[in-house]
Design a protein around this ligand. Structure first.
Ligand code: ATP
Ligand code: MG
Length: 383
């Protein structure tokens, strides 16, 4: 008999995990997600849903009682509550690992202690503390929240003396840290998996292009030398050994001007920059995550086709129901997440342009540019 899989979060990541789980019925017989939005993306593809906030203690206990194995698609779950239900259900990645990662300051301290390169940082306790510590780095410098940041919403770049106070005040008393600004030449990531037996596998390095702090495009493989890819792979493996949890992790990194690798942050879950694996690889990151948490042998991570993933985001000037998106083009795979309403910058779907005819990345980029210009998110009421 397969196991009941519980997932905290039923957005697009929970949806694609659900789809992968449904392909292994002998291992997973049922999927239940906890998500506040009624009929969330995962529910639309066949997961049962508990409708409640991610932090709702009773709902997490309820999910734990109904599940054999618990995982999550968001890192903001309540790790203390998860710890309290560990006797009822196996949780992967473990609440200890989650606790480390969800506080970016603790995450950085642990990485730094283990000689994994990260940007220099200081804990910040007050406005005067901030003023005193900025000269260690000079301007510009980044002020970041320790917890619950996403899509760049927890970061402010401080460019001069006059911006310090307003930056500090805008965080409204949240716990903060200060980070050295890295003049990177590229943002990259490694999707890495560690199974419950401690075996580790990494996907090839990919290149991430952000627009206004949101991931817009992932190019697989990254346009870097093999020496840099190998360095990133070793950093990722070392990170997985240090953090220990089982599952797929998204490890965001910078390539510095000196061709060094530095970790920006880690997501203890499947990651947007791994969506290319839906078509580019023998094992998708979603299947890999399930294999890792179930203690199965990890799948093949080889990049079979060069692929570019492009995120479809809600336009800035529109909120509401939108017309269905269609793409008709060879070797282009559209994935919409079934979200009923568009909101500014909301991730509504993505498409993968797959180099099945051995096209190089430059050629794929040309195709992406044509297709992205043809996609319009418009109100269902527009004639
Ligand atoms: P997301 O959910 O998109 O990953 P986040 O809110 O968790 O965002 P970070 O990943 O810490 O935030 O930062 C968002 C972006 O800001 C990074 O992808 C990078 O472009 C830039 N950034 C972060 N830290 C630094 C740094 N130390 N130096 C320069 N740029 C940085
Ligand atoms: Mg990030």
């Amino acid at each position: 008999m397969g196991k009941v899989l519980g997932i905290i979060g039923g957005g697009q990541l929970g949806m694609m995990l659900t789809e992968a789980a449904k392909k292994m019925p002998e291992k997973i017989s049922k999927i239940i997600v906890l998500d506040p939005t009624l009929n969330c993306p995962a529910a639309k593809v066949g997961a049962q849903q508990i409708v409640a906030s991610f932090k709702d203690e009773n709902a997490i206990v309820d999910l734990a009682n109904q599940s054999d194995i618990l995982t999550y698609e968001i890192e903001s779950g309540n790790s203390k509550v998860l710890k309290s239900v560990e006797d009822k259900v196996e949780i992967n990645p473990s609440p200890e690992t989650l606790q480390i990662i969800q506080d970016k300051l603790i995450q950085k301290k642990i990485l730094a202690e283990n000689n994994i390169p990260v940007a220099d940082f200081f804990e910040i306790e007050s406005l005067s503390d901030l003023k005193n510590k900025i000269p260690n780095f000079g301007f510009p410098v980044l002020l970041k929240v320790r917890r619950d940041a996403y899509d760049g919403r927890g970061n402010i770049k401080i460019n001069s003396e006059s911006e310090i106070k307003s930056a500090y005040d805008s965080f409204d008393g949240k716990s903060l840290f200060l980070e050295k600004f890295i003049d990177f030449k590229m943002e990259v990531s490694v999707i890495a998996a560690r199974n419950t037996k401690g075996e580790i596998a990494t996907y090839p390095l990919v290149e991430n292009i952000h627009e206004e702090n949101i991931l817009r495009m992932t190019i697989a493989p990254a346009r870097v030398s093999s020496a840099i890819s190998e360095k990133a792979k070793q950093v990722a493996i070392r990170t997985m050994e240090v953090l220990k949890g089982a599952g797929v992790f998204g490890i965001e990194m910078f390539v510095t001007e000196n061709n060094d690798i530095m970790i920006n942050e880690i997501a203890p879950r499947v990651h947007n920059s791994g969506h290319h694996t839906l078509q580019s690889s023998k094992t998708t990151q979603f299947e890999q995550h399930l294999r890792a948490i179930l203690g199965l042998e990890l799948g093949n991570t080889e990049l079979v086709y060069h692929t570019i993933m492009y995120n479809i985001l809600g336009p800035k000037d529109f909120t509401g129901k939108y017309k269905p998106v269609k793409i008709e083009s060879d070797n282009v795979f559209l994935k919409m997440y079934g979200k009923e309403e568009s909101k500014p910058k909301r991730k509504l779907g993505h498409f993968n342009v797959v180099g099945r005819n051995n096209e190089n990345v430059d050629h794929l980029l040309e195709r992406v540019n044509k297709i992205k210009n043809s996609i319009q998110i418009v109100s269902i009421n527009n004639s």
